[in-house]
Design a protein around this ligand. Structure first.
Ligand SMILES: C[S@@+](CC[C@H](N)C(=O)[O-])C[C@H]1O[C@@H](n2cnc3c(N)ncnc32)[C@H](O)[C@@H]1O
Length: 245
């Protein structure tokens, strides 16, 4: 598992609060689910549970699953009344089926091999009611991969609760399992004029073409309802909405 979601989970929580507009993310997914009257929902890769309170306040029955015990621990502390569990999106089994499953923050990027994608879609299918919706976002390979063809270094800065965090990253084409790239990063905290190293993360991240997503959905008995671009931090992103056939 990525260090960012284990040893650096507290740093993730701090930095991503400034990178991701969680209210806007909630509005995107809740509108799709609400319009289709899907009120029992599961968030896969829920991280530290930042969307939970919005869904609960709007009357959804919300539950979350994440691979990382550290992320789930923080999610549960923040939302003591909600149901969170440690689990793998490639093989999970809910007590009861739900009417909507969503996955935000480009979490699909961690499904590196095609069998991981198929296993996840199969688990999602099994845990949805007939006609249930699956919504998720992904990094658009067509836009992103050419932009890092010769490698790219990038600095992200975030100020959270009076602390400055800095992340220096390098992105390099990987292409080991589809359209993936290597993301190596060093995290720092600013103390006076100094950057104090907090930790490192070395991840492989998978991007997808729109065609790939469409094929994966079709062969796993989902009907693609719509796919639309959504402005988001760092990566060109599309959201897909699919219905269980
Ligand atoms: C980019 S973060 C997004 C977290 C949260 N949705 C947010 O936007 O803040 C990706 C999350 O996916 C989780 N994850 C990665 N692989 C997973 C898997 N196989 N099953 C469940 N969760 C997974 C990570 O632990 C991490 O919390």
């Amino acid at each position: 598992m990525s260090n960012l979601y284990s040893d650096l989970a507290e740093v993730y929580e701090a930095m991503y609060h400034t990178f991701i507009n969680y209210l806007d993310e909630y509005e995107t997914y809740s509108q799709i689910l609400e319009e289709a009257s899907k009120k029992s929902v599961l968030e896969l890769g829920c991280g530290t549970g930042n969307l939970c309170k919005y869904f609960q306040e709007a009357g959804f029955q919300y539950q979350g699953i994440d691979f990382s015990p550290q992320m789930i621990d923080m999610a549960q502390k923040k939302n003591p009344q909600a149901r969170f569990s440690v689990g793998d999106m490639r093989e999970f089994q809910l007590g009861e089926r739900v009417s909507g499953i969503f996955m935000a923050g480009r979490t699909i990027s961690y499904l590196l091999r095609n069998p991981d994608v198929n296993a996840t879609l199969s688990s999602v299918w099994t845990n949805l009611h007939p006609g249930g919706l699956f919504c998720f976002d992904f990094i658009d390979a067509n836009q992103f991969m050419p932009s890092i063809a010769s490698g790219k270094t990038i600095r992200h800065e975030a100020r959270y609760q009076n602390t400055d965090f800095i992340r220096d990253s390098t992105w390099k084409i990987g292409l080991e399992n589809g359209m993936d790239f290597k993301w190596d990063s060093i995290y720092y905290r600013r103390v006076g004029e100094e950057l104090v190293k907090i930790g490192t993360d070395n991840s492989t991240i998978r991007t997808f073409t729109k065609d790939e997503i469409e094929i994966f959905l079709q062969i796993n008995q989902f009907k693609l309802i719509k796919m639309f671009p959504r402005a988001s931090y760092a990566f060109p992103t599309y959201v897909a909405v699919a219905e269980k056939n």
